[in-house]
Design a protein around this ligand. Structure first.
Ligand code: GLC
Length: 746
């Protein structure tokens, strides 16, 4: 029970709470604001500072919680321990302000979905939202009420380990899927018992790290920042995201965590965001490393002044705010605003009204429908990149040599950021193939214990199994740890001796299916030539093996499409589809392969265009690419008009036909090019897409719409405008779509 001396405060808050509960939902928000102001007026400076501090783990922080010196904890996931810590905050601190418990619930909690890059390959917002809803339900059942997701950093560099955690290279696809994750995590109402606050991260431009080296410098031109890196964050705000996380990186010399343009001018003033901002781990303190703050006090001052409300992990706020106020470097309103933003979200989450996890609601994990959804997500995430002589699907009576370091790795196939993944739930390819094809038909040999194995001790057994089979399925790729935070790679080939093993296996003359489980695009161009079929499975999560068996057996028809461009060689990076044309665009007619150049060819004899004389200028696989067991045909493209006003909507109509032997789903994509602008414009931009299900032989007339306002870009005056002029439009199954037409915006 609370001590009597606080009776007035608790009575007032109970009355305010009662008034709010009696009001209808529309007043709820006003009720929140009143409750925030009421509470703020009761708080001491120390208690206000406490709300701005987040620590990792509750152990050893009990007294600080009791003193009201901690507002949030991350990395606690035991419901009893969370209830214990919450009880201290609510019943033993002076004002009873609950803590908010956070966790990186990035692509699942116990039931692990494909890594976000894999989920992006589904191009299925509903499925992505469902995955986040399930992750929220599992996490919330432990007392976690805040996740540090979605990560919506645009990623054009496969060397960067965190591309695994992203939704790929395209602003539109990332915006649509990032918004789906926000609504999935937060549910219909933030105070729902399975709702958790989402966090748009890492604001902003983190994925543009120089050389793909994590945490490194980003030098993003202002228009590119506006038109490529910021749109997904704006979409998250529009979807109602309640928190943001500032990034580690500097943006053109200014650390994101002290970036007034991003955090104040754009996020608060332009977008009117009223949730709260948390710094990424120690990114406040790291301003010292950046050489942007001389000491912790200056770091705290810079972060608070631009609007970082809560500090994660380091204690520059705790240790310096009082002094900064005393010196007049900060004023109390700077602090009050940060605390308001934090309290607002805590009230919206219902933490004041329902701070505890009831025992019967705890640890609700891995329901059959969760595993089913994870299976579907993994199935739709897998991308068929090659399938010669119809190697796939494999006949159910075939003898399959299942080989490779990722064929039976319950942990590795879950991918990065799976702190809470339950590996006992994992269905590996070996388990699923035994079930699907019959154990007697599956000849297993790992060939290599892990993806990085550099000896060939397992080759003999693997080759023996291959010789006794009808078809080889090589399941390789990257262990989980080879992508994700701080795990950038300069060479993105298959690690270890996988290429050598694949070549040895192919010497048996059997058809070979290459399955890659990885956290990034890998440079598999050369090794793919030794495979008859290639399936890119990303890190597919808990049900990855079952999904792969469904794909390989033909029970499921692959429908995934690449959310990121695949380079032929790492030297082509950065390589992405929505590039500018340049003054000298490369073209196949004038490009000459280095080894075809005549000896002593004169200086100007080669095509003087933008390309590599060795690796050329086209990727291994383009953005949006993915094959099916069937084939699709696009025809009869038309628009509802030829000329559009800027406030109108373009209706794109076409016929999509299934011209092959299987039922299947196609992700139809619509790209647009603004032919001339007062700044240069990309050669293509994705502006609409839809998954369409077609039976064998079936045709559908498809209509997709594009508001003309979606064609806006940041012009020479740094204004978001739709310029009048001519546009070209394509529809197709990837960014090389060629069915085209044109229109005019007047
Ligand atoms: C990490 C990551 C961030 C994560 C946070 C908490 O360093 O950059 O994405 O949410 O710390 O784990």
């Amino acid at each position: 029970m609370k001590s009597l001396k606080h009776l007035p405060v608790i009575i007032i808050m109970m009355l305010v709470s009662l008034a709010c509960q009696m009001s209808d939902s529309s007043d709820k928000i006003s009720g929140v604001e009143e409750r925030v102001e009421q509470l703020l007026g009761e708080m001491t400076l120390d208690e206000k500072i406490g709300q701005m501090c987040q620590v990792s783990g509750g152990q050893g922080n009990e007294e600080s919680i009791r003193q009201g010196m901690i507002g949030s904890i991350l990395n606690e996931v035991d419901p009893e321990n969370i209830n214990r810590l919450q009880k201290i905050a609510v019943e033993e601190s002076r004002l009873g302000i609950p803590i908010i418990v956070a966790r990186d619930v990035i692509h699942g909690f116990k039931t692990v979905f494909p890594i976000p890059l894999g989920q992006a390959a589904t191009w299925n917002p509903e499925l992505v939202q469902k995955g986040s809803r399930i992750a929220a339900s599992e996490a919330a059942s432990t007392g976690v009420r805040w996740t540090f997701a979605p990560m919506i950093d645009i990623s054009r560099d496969a060397r960067w380990g965190r591309i695994a955690e992203s939704l790929g290279e395209d602003p539109y696809l990332t915006s649509v899927l990032g918004a789906a994750m926000v609504t999935g995590f937060q549910g219909d109402s933030l105070n729902g018992e399975t709702s958790i606050a989402a966090c748009a991260k890492h604001f902003a431009g983190y994925g543009a790290a120089e050389g793909g080296r994590d945490y490194n410098t980003t030098s993003i031109p202002p228009r590119e920042l506006r038109d490529i890196y910021l749109p997904p964050f704006k979409a998250a705000v529009d979807a109602g995201v309640r928190t943001f996380m500032s990034g580690f990186n500097e943006v053109d010399g200014v650390p994101a965590t002290a970036n007034k343009y991003l955090l104040t001018d754009v996020l608060r003033n332009e977008w009117q965001f009223d949730g709260f901002v948390v710094s990424d781990w120690a990114s406040t303190w790291e301003m010292i490393n950046h050489g942007f703050a001389a000491d912790e006090k200056e770091a705290a001052h810079r972060a608070i002044k631009v609007g970082v409300d809560m500090e994660m992990a380091t204690t520059t706020y705790r240790d310096n705010i009082a002094a900064l106020l005393k010196e007049g470097a900060l004023n109390i309103e700077d602090i009050n605003q940060a605390v308001r933003n934090i309290l607002r979200v805590k009230f919206e989450l219902g933490l004041f009204d329902n701070p505890y996890i009831a025992e019967e609601k705890q640890n609700q994990f891995a329901r059959p429908e969760y595993l089913e959804a994870a299976n579907l997500a993994a199935t739709q995430s897998m991308v068929l990149l090659k399938n010669e002589q119809k190697t796939l699907p494999i006949n159910s009576s075939s003898k399959i040599a299942l080989i490779g370091p990722m064929a039976d790795q319950p942990y590795e196939q879950l991918g990065t950021w799976i702190f809470d993944g339950d590996t006992t739930l994992t269905v590996t390819p070996l388990q699923a193939f035994n079930k699907t094809f019959g154990q007697e038909n599956v000849l297993f040999a790992e060939g290599m214990p892990i993806s990085r194995t550099r000896h060939q001790k397992g080759f003999r057994k693997a080759i023996e199994q291959a010789k006794n089979s009808d078809v080889i399925v090589f399941c390789g790729g990257e262990e989980s740890i080879l992508s994700g935070e701080a795990h950038s790679r300069a060479n993105i080939d298959l690690p270890g001796v996988q290429n050598e093993l694949i070549k040895e296996l192919k010497k048996t003359g059997k058809p070979l299916v290459l399955v890659v489980m990885a956290g990034r695009p890998l440079t598999i161009g050369e090794i793919s030539e030794h495979a008859d079929a290639v399936v890119y499975a990303w890190h597919p999560g808990t049900m990855g093996g079952a999904a792969l068996a469904d794909i390989v057996s033909g029970k499921a028809n692959p429908s995934g499409k690449l959310p990121v461009t695949f380079p032929k060689v790492v030297g082509q990076i950065p390589i992405y589809y929505n590039h500018k044309n340049t003054g000298r665009p490369a073209n196949p007619d004038s490009w000459t392969q280095m080894y075809d150049i005549p000896v002593k060819a004169p200086q100007t004899s080669l095509g003087n265009e933008s390309h590599y004389i060795d690796a050329g200028f086209i990727p291994l696989y383009p953005f949006g690419y993915g094959l099916s067991y069937t084939s699709f045909e696009y025809s009869d493209l038309s628009l509802d008009k030829e000329v559009y006003a800027r406030d109108e909507t373009i209706e794109v109509r076409f016929t999509l036909s299934n011209t092959g032997e299987f039922a299947g789903e196609e992700v139809a994509q619509v790209y647009v090019r603004d032919l001339v602008g007062n700044v240069t414009r990309p050669v293509k931009e994705l502006k609409a897409f839809e998954r369409i299900d077609l039976q064998k032989g079936e045709s559908k007339t498809v209509t997709l719409t594009i508001p003309v306002q979606e064609l806006a870009f940041t012009n020479i005056d740094m204004k978001q405008v739709v310029e009048p002029g001519e546009f070209q439009l394509w529809v197709g199954g990837d960014s090389n779509a060629h069915l085209t037409t044109g229109f005019v915006v007047r």
